[in-house]
Design a binder for this molecule. Structure first.
Ligand code: PMP
Length: 376
């Protein structure tokens, strides 16, 4: 007998490498562009206030509801997703739009998702998710002692909706677009899954939705069992700040907050709340950044096809591709020797694929040049 018998033993999540030095980093789906310049300006302002003693930002505990950020999110998302009166800026369909109590925030969507697993997946029945998907789901299931069952994607990496209809389950979680495949499914498919599973919470992980997909956000106003999770790490270039959000009916969000406040009330720190707020309000910069990434992605798709790569049409900020002749392992190693980092998993069904994040135009030109040398 030893204390080790009573340890919660888990196999942790393996994140993509964060190499030091100057490399072309296309392995963790970060945004290649800086966040909105309003963020740097706000950092400067906050530092000034701290220096001249007019701020109590670091001395006091932050607002545990992150109200400033949540209010900004409500405003921006109502304008974007729910019909509002563009002239007055007021939402003319108050009940149809988002309210403060529909929004949850956390330290990156990893934090939000982990809390959501703990809050909503408490049945003896298995939680369902695809066999090829975000590799954190089975880690959270294990750490929270949640039974789960993976549902295989089809041969072309699509979701077979039948796997999520009339199946006994204790919850469902699916990313859209899926990761690491980049495959996007229409919100109508998710609506059918949500409607068919009224006794479970369905989590739709929209980490990559801003790169060309249609969000399932409006579903939260029609169904009380759907939670839509998003992140500021990709399309808002703030992976380092750690901001994630979840949207759901008021009751779902209340349960999520209760669990969060039972752990650690003050997860978002004051500077993060301030910086994320100015970032979300800068919608013009957001639109430009997303458009740039999409344009580069489409260019990269053309070049990869010319070089003999095959892939499903990605709507994310990455492409999941395999080469017709050269193994992923070999390409991965040779790219690394050239200081270009992409992601490769030694897992069944996907071990011959590489996930390539979309960088700047220059990054992708370098990548294509290197790939040409490797595969020809
Ligand atoms: N969901 C998916 C599908 C992801 O790929 C990621 C990024 N690794 C996340 C959630 C978490 O992102 P973050 O914690 O940075 O918000």
């Amino acid at each position: 007998m030893s204390w080790e018998n009573n340890v919660r033993k888990v196999i942790p999540y393996t994140a993509g490498e964060q190499p030091k030095g100057k490399v072309i980093k296309l392995n963790t789906n970060e945004c290649p562009y800086a966040p909105s310049p309003m963020v740097a300006t706000r950092i400067y302002d906050l530092a000034q206030q701290e220096l001249n003693g007019s701020s109590s930002m670091l001395r006091k505990y932050p607002d545990m509801d992150a109200a400033k950020l949540v209010n900004a999110i409500v405003k921006v998302y109502n304008d974007r997703y729910f019909s509002g009166d563009k002239n007055t800026g007021k939402n003319t369909q108050a009940e149809a739009g988002l309210n403060f109590d529909n929004v949850f925030t956390g330290v990156g969507s990893d934090d939000v998702l982990s809390m959501a697993f703990m809050t909503f997946f408490n049945s003896d029945k298995p939680v369902l998710f695809p066999d090829i998907t975000y590799s954190f789901y089975d880690v959270w299931a294990d750490v929270h002692r949640i039974p789960y069952k993976v549902q295989p994607l089809t041969d072309d990496f699509s979701i077979d909706i039948k796997d999520y209809l009339d199946k006994e389950n204790g919850g469902i979680v699916i990313p859209n677009p899926n990761a690491p495949t980049g495959v996007y499914e229409d919100p109508s498919m998710f609506e059918e899954i949500v409607r068919n599973n009224p006794d479970s919470v369905v989590i739709i992980d929209e980490a990559y939705i801003d790169f060309g997909g249609e969000s399932c956000l409006p579903l939260i106003k029609k169904y009380d069992n759907v939670l839509v999770v998003q992140t500021f790490s990709k399309s808002r270039s703030l992976a380092g700040l750690r901001i994630g959000t979840a949207f759901g009916c008021e009751k779902l969000i209340r349960y999520l907050k209760d669990v969060k406040f039972a752990f650690n009330s003050y997860t978002l720190n004051y500077p993060s709340i301030e910086l994320a707020t100015v970032a979300v309000l800068d919608t013009g910069y957001f639109d430009d950044t997303v458009a740039k990434v999409i344009k580069t992605r489409e260019w990269t798709k053309e070049k990869l096809s010319e070089l003999g790569f095959e892939f499903r049409n990605s709507k994310a900020n990455f492409i999941f591709a395999k080469h017709k002749k050269v193994s992923a392992d070999e390409i991965f190693t040779k790219l690394r020797e050239k200081d270009i980092y992409v992601r490769h998993w030694n897992k069944p069904r996907i071990d011959n694929y590489l996930r390539i994040s979309i960088g700047t135009d220059e990054d992708m030109k370098e990548l294509v040049k290197a790939l040409k040398e490797i595969v020809s």
